[in-house]
Design a protein around this ligand. Structure first.
Ligand code: LLP
Length: 406
């Protein structure tokens, strides 16, 4: 990766270990900026895809805004030097406390997902004599044709408000004393490899924007969410430039700022997860590579049956090539990272799970009381620990024994 051998990183920092390339992150982010050129825009990186503060710092330096879903993510953005005035706050269940903090910091906008949330925000802002900038997240009812768990733009999903009810809700919001209507947003799903659902969603959204305009509600921005897919295997993921070439003509002559919230397409292919083969085991026809890394480190294969590429770090000429299921130490049949992959490996070899920069470390847990992995950022020929591997002391931090009783 860049000027550093991944094997050296594993030697130095151990496994399991996430490694990110600063250059790849920067290039992926700049692809958005470059594709938008002179068009008025704000790119709010979706913090949930990888919230390491060094990742956020790298993107903040390139002028990124941030899409957050909790006050925890907001605090991370601040620590990383991000600008709160470029933050959009998404999520279906913001608390009054989270709203207060975001209001005090003067974030760009709240992406509101229900009338109940709108009312709580109006009250909370009122109590502080502040005005909350608001965009309503509408559900355009388009099928993103992605995995059911990461599809969000259908009526049956919990997200956003029905686009047909939006004009009525905007009208009511316009009457609220502490709400300032600044935008409209949608997010139809993640890992989209087809541009058409995005275009369909925009067509529907623009009808709404025009309708609101006629009713006297003038919005300053249109937020198209995240969702551009990446190549894990052989997907033909569209480039940002392809996407914008189809989207921007629809916005020609419009004054609204274009906001977007990309996550995966910035981080996924900028990171890998390194692991070591602990044992090789055969049950009849089936071969298992048992590794030191598990579903608690990388949940995507177990949760979404996601296919992620896995490769030995070094050529092993003394091993025979065989199909392996790569499985971890966690006591669950669902604990696998890859299935049926042909590799020539023996115990002690290292493997590299590719495209692991997005929804990897952030979804990791301490299940089975496993300490969470280290995170390393490579910059040129330097490798920096950007999160130390957890220790056993970290595992029980905050836990208490009951008082002794006879
Ligand atoms: N904006 C909103 C409101 C979102 O809910 C999401 C992702 C994004 C932006 C960023 O979407 P992206 O550009 O990353 O597609 N854990 C799953 C993905 C969950 C996505 C949730 N929302 C996975 O590993 O595939």
């Amino acid at each position: 990766m860049e000027g550093v051998a991944l094997n050296d990183i594993a030697d130095q920092f151990g496994t399991p270990c996430y490694v990110y390339s600063k250059d790849a992150l920067s290039q992926n982010f700049m692809a958005y900026k470059n594709a938008l050129g002179d068009r008025d825009h704000l790119i709010c990186y979706a913090v949930k895809s990888n919230s390491n503060i060094a990742v956020l710092q790298t993107l903040a330096k390139l002028g990124a805004g941030f899409d957050i879903v909790s006050v925890g993510e907001l605090e991370r953005v601040l620590i990383a030097g991000g600008d709160p005035s470029k933050v959009v706050f998404s999520g279906v269940a913001k608390t009054a406390e989270e709203m207060r903090r975001a209001l005090q910091l003067g974030i760009h906008c709240f992406n509101v997902e229900s009338e109940a949330e709108l009312e709580l925000l109006n009250t909370t802002a009122g109590e502080q004599n502040l005005i909350a900038p608001v965009s309503m997240r509408v559900n355009p009812d388009v099928d993103a044709k992605t995995h059911a768990y990461i599809s969000t733009g259908l009526k049956e999903n919990k997200f956003g408000i029905d686009i047909n009810l939006a004009p009525e809700i905007y009208k009511r919001a316009a009457q609220m004393d502490n709400i300032n209507l600044v935008g409209v947003d949608y997010h139809i799903g993640s890992q989209l490899t087809d541009i058409k659902p995005f275009i369909d969603a925009m067509d529907r959204l623009l009808l709404l924007v025009d309708q609101l305009n006629d009713a006297g509600v003038q919005l300053k921005h249109i937020d198209i969410g995240g969702g551009l897919g990446v190549r894990y295997k052989n997907e033909n993921a569209p480039s940002v430039a392809d996407y914008m070439a189809e989207l921007l003509p629809l916005l020609e002559g419009r004054h609204e700022t274009l906001v977007m919230e990309p996550g995966r397409s910035v981080t996924a292919n900028a990171g890998v997860l390194l692991m070591q083969v602990q044992f090789i085991k055969s049950n009849g026809d089936k071969n298992f590579a048992i590794v030191d890394t598990a579903m608690n480190d990388m949940l995507r294969p177990a949760l979404y049956q996601a296919w992620m590429d896995i490769q030995p770090l070094e050529l092993n000429s003394s091993a025979e090539e065989k199909p392996y299921d790569v499985v971890g130490p966690v006591c669950e049949t669902g604990d696998f990272l890859a299935k049926d992959r042909s590799m020539a490996i023996t115990a002690g070899d290292r493997l590299c799970l590719l495209s692991a920069g997005a929804y990897g470390f952030v979804m990791s847990s301490n299940y089975n009381s496993r300490t969470r992995a280290a995170e390393i950022m490579v910059d040129g020929d330097q490798a920096y620990v950007v999160r130390a591997r957890e220790t056993i002391a970290d595992l029980t931090r905050g836990e208490k024994l009951l008082p002794e009783s006879d």
